[in-house]
Ligand binder design. Sequence first.
Ligand code: BGC
Ligand code: NOJ
Length: 834
Amino acid sequence: MRFGHFDDGQREYVITQPNTPLPWINYLGCESYFGLISNTAGGYSFYRDARLRRLTRYRYNNAPFDFGGRYLYLRDNDTGKFWSPSWQPTRTKLDKYECRHGMGYTTIGSTCNQIEAQTTYFVPLGETLEIWKFQVTNRRKKPARLSLFSSIEFCLWDAQDDATNFQRNFSTGQVEIVDGVIYHKTEYRERRNHFAYFACSEKLAGYDTQRDTFLGAYRSWDNPAAVEQGKSFNSVAHGWAPHGSHHVKVNLKPGETKEIIFVLGYHENPVDKKFDPPDSQTINKKTVKPVIAKYLDAKNVAAAFQTLRENWDGLLGVYQVESPDVHANRMVNIWNAYQCMATFNMSRSASFYESGIGRGLGFRDSNQDLLGFVQMVPARARERILDIAATQLKSGGAFHQYQPLTKRGNNDIGSGFNDDPHWLILGVAAYLKETGDWGILDEPVQFENEPGSEQPLYEHLRRSFNYTLERIGPHGLPLIGRADWNDCLNLNCFSDTPGQSFQTTTNKDGTTAESVFIAGLFVMAGKELAAIAQRYQVGSARCADRTPQRSVPTSNTEAERCLAETAKMEKVIYQHGWDGDWFIRAYDDFSKPIGSKVCKEGKIFIESQGMCVMAGIGLKDGKAKRALDSVNKHLATKHGIVLQQPAFTKYYIEMGEISSYPPGYKENAGIFCHNNPWIIISETMVGNGNRAFDYYTRINPSAREKIGDLHRCEPYVFAQMIAGKDAPTHGEAKNSWLTGTAAWTYFTVTQWILGIRTDYDGLRVDPVIPAKWKGFTVTRRFRGNTYVIEVKNPKGKQRGVKKLLVNGKEIAGNVLPVRPPGSKPVRVEAVLEG
Ligand code: BGC
Ligand code: NOJ
């Protein structure tokens, strides 16, 4: 069953009924001001940090699921009937309803009582505010006398405190109402120099800023007293719950349309210029007033919207494909790239499943997010890399998370996730391949944000690599620490106390439990580091003008050292990490294997198969194929590949959180979409284009749109998890949006299936596709040129570029060498001949 449809031309998903199985959301803003918005206008806004600078309040896990948002009410002043044009919160039956989620904006339109309404919500580029552009049309044959009420609930900034510290918070709320603008200034009197404002383009008939007055006692958002009586109370919040509501009277002739603009924003004043007059307690509005005035003007709103759309043309224009598969096309061309922007911005902090108060930016998550983002805005990727690297510990280890506002490592979670450091190498490798900006390796970067500790970024990569070498266990495999990629495989935790964090509790000394997954990751990252070391030396002339004095060795010897260590590790994997038909997953604190035939449950895991094959292990002697066939046999389902089998049916203290989940969910044999792409890449590496694409399609949300009632999450973005075959709800998705799946699927389909792959020295053309595809075309902007690459597959092969023509001239090999920037598209033709 479908709840809407794709409009690829407009790059929109159109939801045609408001009661979707779950809220289907979108993100507003992509720089510093952000909002989450559902198909019924639910959600909230924040500035930079979803926890520390929350502008509007939202109550998670509500019933209905999605409650609290950017609400409007229309009231017919002749009949007293009122409704919400976005359906929520009144849930009055609408005669027409349509929500269009687009690139950075959402439009919700509806008709009720012959009054047509449409609101477009977006954040203008470069601003710290959001616009609600509301249009209302009278479709009646007679005049309509209407009232419009807006409604938001202000959050008292720190969302965690806001939801818990009521003894204080009910006494701190403060607002100012000046010229129809509602200013929320709680705590501005003391240590904050920021405030929020909510403005309306029309003359007001009234306003409310005290929530409980607006609603009335024992009433809720579906029948606020002010709306019901058709008149605001002009309440001024003192403590309790500051709220923002404007009341506007709208009289419309038959067929007449009116546009009303609301602006909700965040503003900072210099600390010494907070008040005007200086000795008062009144907000200095000198710098905010022009901003408000600008966006209450319809012309400026239209121009800002146009700029936003054009910006997305540019961002998405980096990689466009026309293939025989509509689902792959729209995910690559539109939605998957768009989701990568969201994961880059949010990491795992704020979605409808991440509360915005729990998690900062993850070290491993943010590095992986680069794989799908770096091509869009390389400069932001660069900045992110340097920020992340600056939180690295001197040991080469990493703070597992850091806070976006402070850019400091998060002490509560700490470090000791032994896979973390390697993702930095892979993130930097992706950046170098995209940009060729070798100078980044010379950038001085602190450790633990400590002034004076600066070392070139390259030294950070070396320490990442060495970190594992200094933490080797009894079999010669890397020690796992608190967990590796699988946060729930907690082999040193041994927790028997309810409520203890599985990730931060350590009851063992950590000298025994080992990870085959980290071993594979080490080999993969080590090979990248070797490739970097080789070229960094060659490239040093190019970056000599940046930082000539380099204090770390970079040479072929360094590359050889990396390769010698990875070769050694490969041997250990063969010896202790191979189980006969697949790669073992880990060794526990008793040195017993996990993910082996000898285990009763959890005999085979997906992660080590994907990571070892991606690292190139077993490609020559058939072990890779064998492992992948085992995945196919034991783990693949029609909804995707589950994480392990058999699922754990009880709690194993020596395994940790993984066995805390009921079978089929999350890391306990759920389809953890994040690592399905590892198997897909592995399949392309062994030349199996049919299987790779088939696996890709199983988790592709667009391809799952038709089973929307089972899948339940948005059909335009990947979800973190789809319930596995052991769950009663097999096929049901959860945790949409903020997942490593976004970057990995994007990277996989663009670089490994379609095979247009960035490399240090050029753009590789190496598709591995379904045999039935006759060909496809990719347009790729890369280092100053636009390549139009036409791949032909006349013989029905799955792989093997035999002929590569550049502007009509055949070249050897399958790498398009870097060329001087040019304005004419480079025409490339590639023929697959197997
Ligand atoms: C989840 C993991 C997640 C971890 C983060 C666990 O409860 O199952 O997917 O990585 O929390 O702390
Ligand atoms: C989600 C976390 O954000 C990520 O870091 C982790 O690798 C996966 N869960 C698997 O546990």
